[in-house]
Design a protein. Structure first.
Length: 392
């Protein structure tokens, strides 16, 4: 199972049990601040009935809080349900704080966080201070008010407003995903139109000519078989040329290009949660065969980074360099992951080396951080023709 299957993306609902567990753990870890009311229950300072009711109230509060935050961050709930749940948490916090004592004021911090995580910013910006003010008002009536207020006011305010930022980030991430899907769809539609246009240009004239000559051959066949044979020969020649043109076009569609693979690498690394530093453009006037080899190599290298490296960052550089044998274009793919396994090169590296050999290119590998042995760097170079200018 690769990292893409286990990571829980921001703004993306969990897709399997493992992701559900990770998300529940991420939300539940903040329940460590519930130690104050739990300790108050365990100290035995309340009657058995008060302890039992306090325990029940705490369990209901925690369950409601987890259900609200977990469900809403996976899939937005109905606004009425959200407001009802927050009102319930607020009332329960007031009742438990007034009846059980000041250690229970920490519940208001969770109410504030719930407000920031689920309500729109326009509502949360005034409701979070209101929740904090209620906390202060109840805290001033208890023992050691200054210590209680100082300890809880800032977590309530900061926690609530921090969650509004997380909520905004989630919303922005969702919008970016939708925009990326729209751009991909538009690009696919444009590619279909280009394919249709090219096929029409390639075959329209040839098929029209074949149809016309076939009709002529049919008319000439009874009285002028020799002239009909000439038309049939022309039909054969036109059809063969059309077949050559179609094969050439299909080969061009299937051939990867360096600009396309750079864009694909940027998308793949972003989807895997890996910070990417990738050049925006590829050099102009690069010969077709070296460009194809570098494009295939870049695709394979980025696939290895995404699937196997465990990296947090990947850097791709593309630059010309002068060597004793002439000018070369150098492609470097470096990550900060686990590094080489120490085993023999896999099929991917072997395939890259074989492709590079067809254009007199070279492949070199090393650790990104030699001292620690961490990270993996591939350096690929292909020769540039003498007639080429310097890549931009």
């Amino acid at each position: 199972m690769n990292e893409d299957e286990t990571a829980v993306g921001i703004g993306r609902p969990p897709e399997n049990r493992r992701q559900m567990g990770i998300k529940a753990l991420w939300i539940g870890i903040w329940l460590a601040f519930m130690s104050a009311p739990v300790k108050d229950l365990l100290d035995g300072g309340h009657t058995p009935w008060a302890t039992a009711l306090g325990t029940l109230g705490l369990l209901v509060f925690v369950g409601s809080y987890l259900l609200l935050v977990y469900r809403h961050t996976s899939k937005a709930l109905d606004p009425v349900r959200v407001r009802a749940a927050i009102a319930f948490l607020g009332v329960l916090s007031v009742v438990l704080s007034l009846t059980m004592g000041t250690p229970w004021l920490v519940l208001f911090v969770y109410v504030s966080v719930s407000v920031g995580a689920t309500l729109p910013l326009e509502t949360a910006r005034w409701l979070i201070p209101v929740v904090t003010a209620v906390l202060v008002a109840i805290g001033l009536t208890g023992e050691h008010p200054r210590e209680i207020v100082t300890a809880l006011v800032f977590p309530a305010l900061l926690g609530g407003f921090a969650m509004t930022g997380v909520r905004q980030m989630i919303r922005t991430t969702i919008q970016l995903r939708e925009a990326r899907a729209t751009v991909a769809q538009l690009a696919a539609n444009e590619e279909r139109l280009r394919l249709a246009r090219d096929l029409h240009d390639l075959l329209g004239h040839s098929l029209s000519l074949i149809t016309l000559k076939s009709e002529l051959a049919g008319r000439m066949l009874p009285d002028h078989p020799d002239r009909a044979a000439e038309q049939v020969a022309d039909i054969e020649q036109v059809s063969r040329q059309a077949l050559v043109d179609v094969r050439s076009a299909v080969t061009g569609y299937r051939r990867p290009t360096l600009p396309g693979e750079l864009a694909g690498a940027r998308t793949a690394l972003a989807a895997a949660g890996i910070d990417a530093d990738i050049p925006a453009e590829a050099p102009d006037d690069l010969p077709e065969k070296p460009e194809e080899v570098l494009a295939w190599a870049l695709r394979e290298a980025v696939t290895n980074v995404v699937r196997h490296s465990g990296a947090g960052r990947c850097t791709v550089t593309l630059a010309p360099r002068q060597t004793l044998d002439g000018r070369v274009l150098e492609l470097t793919v470096a990550d900060d992951g686990r590094g080489a396994s120490g085993k023999a090169p896999g099929n991917g590296l072997t395939g890259i080396a074989e492709r590079l050999a067809t254009v007199d290119g070279t492949l070199a590998t090393r650790s990104t951080h030699p001292r620690s042995g961490k990270g993996f760097t591939m350096v690929l170079s292909v020769p540039l023709g003498s007639g080429l200018g310097s890549p931009e």
